[in-house]
Design a protein around this ligand. Structure first.
Ligand SMILES: [Zn+2]
Length: 323
């Protein structure tokens, strides 16, 4: 992964490149920005450049090749195990960082999901951020800077990543073989996240978009059978589920913005449906639904029982209707 492989994050990348060329790489960074906008790719490209000793990794030296294969002894990638990054994971990392690098100029750790540090693991990590052993480089990644402990934020150099522009996402999807029409719609609905765009653009999701939205928005607590049935069918569609949830999220956001900027809808072709839902749901209840949907997504990424989780969410969705 080189900087030239990252789409749409020129500002962040130029800061990182400059820090390399000036020999002023910080010991800790906090990358924040919407999920799927290129933070982890940028982090990997940064590591490659630092290890390679150039402004951008050459891609051909042994170090670059090891990184490309995902096996470099001086790069450690930490992710949440279950709901949190646990204190044992941080202790393990600290042991690892205490050794000299094997072959790279420094040891690097990427912590992807820094908002999942809990009190104990966060405090343990603080010590490392205050006094990094040797010349270690720590890169923390999170969708939401404010969700990371304040004390950790203040010890890192912050870099904000922007949501990707619609045209860039569209172009990228087309290059990866998505049909032009699907690429256009997915890019519009994805909120600047390439990852979400790919989920929305997956086979069958966009084709079923209107029917899906009509079906779930019509769920009501007087017909629990239909609600359970919908949850069961969606849970069974493992491939399509993430994309359908993205569609629903983008639709709920549209309900919120409809009152203030009706011309700014992502689902502009469904304005009548957005208007109808805006008329029968309060702003507060839609905001709650968005929170619950984001929570549902994170539950599903942890392999909970999808059908049960969907049932709970649909109950909220169905009971949020006025009158
Ligand atoms: Zn190289």
């Amino acid at each position: 992964m080189a900087f030239s492989d990252v789409t749409g994050q020129d500002a962040a990348i130029s800061i990182l490149k400059r820090s390399i060329s000036m020999g002023r790489v910080s010991h800790a960074y906090l990358f924040s920005g919407i999920e799927g906008c290129g933070k982890r790719k940028t982090a990997l490209a940064f590591v490659q450049a630092v290890f390679c000793g150039k402004e951008d990794g050459c891609g051909v030296c042994p170090s670059c090749k090891k990184l490309a294969s995902g096996h470099h002894p001086d790069l450690h990638i930490l992710e949440p195990e279950g709901a949190f990054i646990k204190i044992d994971q941080i202790r393990e990392l600290q042991k690892e960082l205490a050794y000299r690098p094997f072959e790279a100029p420094k040891k690097v750790c990427i912590i992807d999901g820094a908002e999942k540090l809990n009190q104990a693991s966060g405090n343990a990590l603080l010590k490392t951020l205050e006094e990094p052993p040797g010349d270690a480089l720590m890169i923390l990644i999170t969708p939401e800077r404010s969700a990371v402990m304040q004390t950790i934020q203040s010890r890192c150099q912050s870099l904000a990543f922007q949501p990707l522009p619609v045209e860039l996402v569209e172009e990228r999807l087309v290059r990866e073989g998505f049909p032009a029409e699907a690429a256009r719609v997915a890019a519009t609905l994805c909120g600047g996240s390439l990852k979400r765009a790919k989920e929305i653009g997956a086979d069958g999701v966009l084709e079923g978009r209107v029917a899906f939205l009509n079906r779930v928005l019509a769920l009501n607590t007087r017909d629990i059978q239909a609600l359970f049935q919908t949850a069961e069918e969606m849970a069974a569609d493992k491939e399509g589920l993430p994309g359908f949830l993205e569609l629903l999220l983008s639709f709920l956001r549209d309900i919120l913005i409809y009152r203030s900027i009706p011309e700014g809808l992502a689902n502009s072709d469904l304005e009548h449906l957005v208007a109808f839902e805006a008329s029968r749901r309060s702003e507060g209840s839609v905001m709650e639904l968005i929170e619950q949907l984001v929570h549902l997504r994170s539950l599903l990424s942890r392999n909970v029982n999808a059908r049960l989780a969907l049932e709970v969410f649909f109950m909220h969705l169905a009971s949020g209707v006025r009158g």
